[in-house]
Design a protein around this ligand. Structure first.
Ligand SMILES: Nc1ncnc2c1ncn2[C@@H]1O[C@H](COP(=O)(O)OP(=O)(O)OP(=O)(O)O)[C@@H](O)[C@H]1O
Length: 204
């Protein structure tokens, strides 16, 4: 569940210069909390403005300090969330840590990037006609993940433990189901980014 803005910021240099990826399917980025999905998505958007559209998720969780409505998430009540859902307005939706998260149907002409966890991936896989590319971002090991979650400073101890438990299930899911087109180990951020960019632009 990313909570960064994903608005283009300063320039991340690109190693590729094609006008746009030929493959226009939505890009589903998944992986355990703290693996670095948000950081990598931000780099992709910075390096290639106007090519990708990050779909800001809706959530019923409380906003954290510094988060902005409509940028980090659309923060909505359970009633509004349910209304969007019952009108068929969500591509996927899930409950995580006691709160609902969901992605609305895409409206823009950009290549949509979705940052979703395991249950969301399972859901979008069942939507007939929904063709996407699936990338799993993985930490070197769980200790690294724990350090990153602590280092980010956004989670309570309870939330860190819940995320680590969930991470074990997500890693197993990625390893056993074969649903991902590419698994990228995010050890060194720059190296992981280059791998992601090359995959997205069809260079490997
Ligand atoms: N390769 C890396 N090396 C060191 N630190 C990293 C690396 N990648 C990301 N981080 C840091 O780890 C923390 C978690 O990264 P990030 O928020 O991008 O993860 P996420 O997968 O989007 O998590 P969530 O799903 O909870 O939003 C951040 O503080 C980020 O700066």
């Amino acid at each position: 569940m990313a909570s960064c803005s994903h608005q283009p910021s300063d320039s991340t240099p690109s190693i590729v210069t094609p006008t746009a990826p030929q493959d226009r399917r939505p890009l589903v980025i998944s992986g355990p909390s703290g693996a670095g999905k948000g950081s990598l998505i931000q780099k992709l958007i910075d390096a290639h403005p106007n090519k990708f559209g990050f779909e800001v998720s809706h959530t019923t969780r409380q906003s954290r300090p510094g988060e902005k409505d409509g940028i980090s998430y659309h923060f909505v009540s359970v009633e509004i969330y349910n209304a969007i859902k019952s009108n068929g307005g969500l591509v996927e939706g899930t409950m995580y840590n006691g709160d609902f998260y969901g992605t609305k149907i895409f409206e823009k002409q950009l290549i949509p990037i979705l940052d979703i966890e395991m249950a969301g991936v399972r859901q979008v896989k069942t939507i007939s006609g929904f063709e996407a590319r699936y990338v799993f971002i993985k930490p070197r090991d769980l200790n690294v993940l724990e350090q990153r979650l602590r280092g980010r400073g956004t989670e309570s101890e309870r939330s860190i433990q819940a995320r680590l438990d969930q991470a074990k299930r997500e890693l197993e899911f990625a390893e056993t189901t074969g649903v991902f087109d590419r698994v990228i180990i995010n050890d060194d951020l720059e190296r992981a980014y280059v791998k992601l960019e090359r995959f997205v632009f069809g260079l490997e």
